[in-house]
Ligand binder design. Structure first.
Ligand code: BG6
Length: 293
């Protein structure tokens, strides 16, 4: 299908009726629905579906830089590029057997990218939907350069929540975090599960590979599993910042929460020919559940 700007989108469906939508613009997942047709990812009503910016919502890919500490534009250029589909994707790796509904998107460094970031790469993003409706994103990034280089990365995931004041995150208690609101100063999280009553913009370091977002009102828990991505970014712009953002409604911060599996504090370094894999798997269940931690 085409999206609002004429860029191709791919729709994945499983036999139970769950679905996911991926745009070639940015390789961005723009929708994930359960088998009842309920949308699980947030999209702003003011989202702009037009290059050269990422649409506000879904899962933009931040690569090769997360944030604005670096020489590149905020969150890197991958989210602003038009990706291609690989019509002949390699077979599933035994660890990647999430079902038959998947698509592989590719991004390679263009002449333009090489001017601002002179490191050739091949990026393969596999998005798949399992028979139980779980959404999985697997990124494989290969260094096709003659020299080593480093990058940071995030799956900038906008979850749809009933009311930000009513949700909590479990799994990040007692971790160290860098506070983006204080020049990335380092703090230690105290006490209980994380709740929200003001702007939050933090990079939790060396986080567990399974964490949960509990939404009481909707009786819904998002389970986030990750691999190869040590950090977890938590962001909500709250009232003042929302008002300053053109592509976010003034009150919409209440319905969204970004929790991003990421590699920020310690960038990933690839030698020539080397490949890195970063996985994200999202599930939605009736209650808190992280079985393998
Ligand atoms: C978050 C960052 O991940 O993304 C925030 O931690 C940033 O600092 C936010 O404001 C949104 O970024 P952008 O470029 O999509 O508006």
């Amino acid at each position: 299908t085409k999206d609002w700007n004429g860029v191709d989108q791919i729709v994945l469906r499983n036999p139970q009726g769950a679905s996911a939508r991926v745009s070639l613009h940015g390789g961005q997942v723009t929708s994930w629905r359960n088998d009842r047709g309920e949308e699980l990812l947030f999209t702003s009503s003011k989202a702009i579906f037009k290059p050269p910016k990422a649409m506000r919502g879904g899962i933009p890919i931040c690569f090769p830089q997360f944030g604005n500490c670096g020489s590149l534009e905020q969150h890197g250029f991958a989210r602003n590029k038009v990706w291609t589909i690989d019509d002949n994707p390699p077979p599933f790796h035994p660890n990647d057997t999430y079902g038959k509904s998947f698509v592989d998107l590719l991004l390679k460094s263009s002449e333009d990218d090489l001017k601002c970031w002179p490191h050739s790469f091949e990026f393969r993003l596999r998005v798949s939907l399992s028979s139980d409706g779980n959404l999985s994103l697997i990124s494989r990034i290969r260094n096709v350069n003659g020299k080593p280089y480093s990058f940071s990365f995030a799956y900038h995931t906008y979850f749809s929540v009933s009311d930000i004041s009513e949700v909590r995150i479990e799994g990040l208690e007692t971790l160290d975090y860098l506070d983006n609101l204080c020049q990335r100063e380092r703090f230690t999280e105290q006490g209980d599960a994380i709740t929200f009553e003001s702007e939050v913009d933090r990079i939790y370091l060396s986080s567990p590979n399974c964490i949960a977002i509990l939404d009481h009102e909707r009786k819904r828990t998002y389970v986030i599993r990750k691999e190869g991505l040590p950090d977890m970014v938590v962001w909500n712009p709250w009232e003042k910042k929302s008002k300053a953002m053109m592509d976010l409604g003034d009150e919409e911060y209440k319905q969204m929460l970004c929790v991003d599996a990421a590699a920020v504090e310690k960038p990933i370094t690839l030698k020539p020919g080397e490949e890195w894999t970063g996985r994200l798997e999202l599930a939605v269940v009736p209650s808190s559940f992280c079985s393998d931690d």
